[in-house]
Design a protein around this ligand. Structure first.
Ligand SMILES: Cc1ncc(COP(=O)(O)O)c(C=O)c1O
Length: 374
């Protein structure tokens, strides 16, 4: 039986041909394909300026710079995310301040957000975990009351919406990832949705050594930039993917529905929030009933693998990583994030999956868990 990974990109022949064309063209770094993809992403985001980068980590870090975040500032976020979300805060010299997850949404607990805001808080980074959007109305109401910038970590929520408003069309700075596992990929890559051309211009400088080029061939550098431009090879993949994004996400929703229909409810797993309107179903993540299981999560993953099924973990609560423990964080500080982080498993969900694959995964989960439950 074929191995079923927890995710796999769908790249069509036209996209593969387009990549071949770029490779043959003699121009493989940032060029016309990047320009086209930026224009198409801007249309996708309701006409807002969008700029590409080599990763969403880079776009988040530069978004914080654009928001004026630096040493001495605090940035509020949730410990249940990919570590990039907190790393970028530290990279710009600021301090991450965590707010626990809401057990119902697994996103930042907006009831606790305000209590974490201090006079040093400059920004908040909400994360749409698994593609389920954070409540944008409540979030922006709180940010507005406290004069905070918002850098939306929408790495996982491309094509999702909040009450009908597509993520990226509204809000402050919005960062998407085009990493290989995302609903739309460029292999690697990301983009930032900005508020105006002035911010976009600064972003362009930050992503390429701070350089401004002039028509006479001369240049100047007036800010310290880095190297995070996207290649035309990656952009060619992105152009093909963007065409299919709606279809990909529709298929993901169908597969998620099938999971809800066929998942063995007697196992006592906690299924993810059942949102078929707003989420883009980037991942399907039940929480294991660990306290009733005679095996660990690692053993569960190993037994699923023996049955030909890939299972991921996204993510352990990040404040328990050594980097943060060394700063004084300890277990018990953010109990909801810790509980979710300890029990979560990512089951296969990607557009090319067949309906039968979902049944196969559900059966394997039952067969693995039933004999080891007390
Ligand atoms: C929530 C979240 N934030 C940030 C990132 C960083 O994205 P990238 O890998 O494109 O740098 C990711 C990617 O995995 C992510 O899932």
């Amino acid at each position: 039986m074929d191995f079923l990974p927890f995710t796999r990109p769908s790249i069509d022949d036209a996209t593969i041909a387009a990549v071949g064309e770029v490779l043959r063209s003699g121009w493989i770094t940032t060029g016309p394909n990047c320009q086209r993809l930026e224009a198409e992403l801007s249309a996708f985001c309701g006409g807002r300026p969008v700029r590409l980068v080599s990763s969403a980590t880079a776009s988040l870090e530069m978004a914080l710079q654009i928001a004026g975040v630096g040493p001495g500032d605090e940035v509020v976020t949730c410990p249940l995310s990919w570590i990039a979300t907190a790393n970028v805060i530290m990279k710009v010299g600021a301090t991450p301040v965590f707010v626990d997850a809401d057990p119902a949404t697994r996103n930042i607990d907006l009831d606790r957000l305000e209590a974490a805001i201090t006079p040093r808080t400059r920004a908040v980074i909400p994360v749409d975990l698994a593609g389920l959007p954070v409540d944008r109305e409540r979030l922006y109401a709180i940010a507005g009351r406290h004069g905070l910038r918002v850098v939306e970590d929408a790495a996982q929520s491309m094509g999702a919406n909040w009450r009908g408003a597509p993520i990226g069309q509204t809000g402050d700075l919005v960062s998407f990832s085009f990493h290989a596992n995302k609903n739309m990929t460029c292999g690697e890559g990301g983009c930032l949705v900005l508020n105006n051309e002035e911010e976009a211009r600064l972003f362009e400088k930050l992503r390429l050594q701070g350089v401004t080029r002039f028509p006479d061939g001369t240049m100047d550098v007036d800010v310290l930039g880095g190297k995070a431009n996207m290649t035309d090879i990656a952009a060619a993949i992105g152009l093909g993917q963007l065409k299919s994004l709606d279809a990909f996400n529709a298929r993901r929703r169908e597969l998620a529905r099938l999971y809800f229909q066929h998942f063995d409810r007697e196992l006592g797993c906690e299924l993810p929030p059942q949102d078929f309107e707003q989420s883009n179903w980037h991942m399907f993540q039940p929480l294991l009933p660990l306290s009733r299981m005679a095996i660990s999560r690692g053993e569960f993953i190993a037994r699923m693998k023996e049955q030909g099924i890939g299972v991921g973990v996204h993510y352990p609560a990040m404040h328990l990583f050594t980097l943060f423990r060394e700063q004084g964080y300890a277990a018990g500080r953010y109990p909801a994030a810790e509980d979710i982080g300890a029990r979560t498993v990512t089951l296969p969900l990607f557009p090319a999956m067949r309906d039968e694959d979902v049944l196969r995964v559900c059966q394997a989960v039952s067969q693995t868990l039933r004999p080891v439950l007390s």
